[in-house]
Design a protein. Structure first.
Length: 86
C-alpha cells in the first residue's frame, strides 16, 4: 500500500471534517472510520465523498453496494482510490 497515499487520505479526512485535535498519526489505517473507530456519521460520509472527488478525482456512488466497504477504514479507501487510478 502506498504510504504517501495513506498519509494523503488521512490529511484529507482531517481537513474535510475539521478534526483540529487529530493528527494523521492518530488515525489507525485499519481502524473503522465509523462507529467505534473515529466515530464518524452519515453527514461525515457525505463530506468525505465530496473530498474524495475533489482531492483524488474519484467518486463513490451512495447507491453502490460497496460504499460501506470502501468507507470502512483508511486502508479500504486507499485500495479504492488505487483501483480507480489504474
Amino acid at each position: 500500500m502506498n504510504s504517501d497515499l495513506v498519509l494523503s487520505v488521512k490529511k484529507m479526512i482531517i481537513d474535510a471534517l475539521n478534526l483540529e485535535d487529530i493528527t494523521p498519526e492518530d488515525i489507525d489505517t485499519d481502524a473503522p472510520l465509523f462507529g467505534d473507530g473515529l466515530g464518524l456519521d452519515s453527514i461525515d460520509a457525505l463530506e468525505l465523498g465530496l473530498a474524495l472527488k475533489n482531492t483524488f478525482g474519484v467518486s463513490i456512488s451512495p447507491e453502490s453496494e460497496n460504499v460501506r466497504e470502501h468507507f470502512y477504514s483508511v486502508a479500504t479507501l486507499v485500495r479504492f482510490i488505487e483501483s480507480q487510478k489504474k
